[in-house]
Design a protein around this ligand. Sequence first.
Ligand code: AMP
Ligand code: ZN
Length: 121
Amino acid sequence: MKDKNCIFCKIAKKEIKKGPFYESDNFVAFRDGSPVNEGHTLVVPKKHFVTLLDIPDKLGVEMLNFVKKVAERLMEEKFGDGFNIVMNNLEVAGQVVMHAHIHIVPRKEGDGVRLVSRVGG
Ligand code: AMP
Ligand code: ZN
């Protein structure tokens, strides 16, 4: 299902510029506009899917590998000493942007960040 007004499709196609921006054949990663912690980054497939369940298996494996690369990079860049991976799937679980994406949230001792989702208190 395509969505021509999808903000993450526009970012993936570089119609909206983001920096820092990481890219592979099928994925992009860029900073969350409302970060919960420094370096909070989103990994987004270039193709429009809504949830994890819509992503074909092979691409899902590729996505996890790309998440690992980006997380490693964030650690190297000293954004955190560890990190959380979060994925909200559908509205009831807190998904606001209906283009599948994985959050990487770098963590530091005592940062006070509470996850899993921004919804539900
Ligand atoms: P979710 O609740 O998992 O759908 O998260 C959507 C995330 O996308 C939120 O953390 C937003 O801050 C972030 N976001 C929405 N629009 C943009 C944008 N244009 N650029 C960067 N991040 C965005
Ligand atoms: Zn999209």
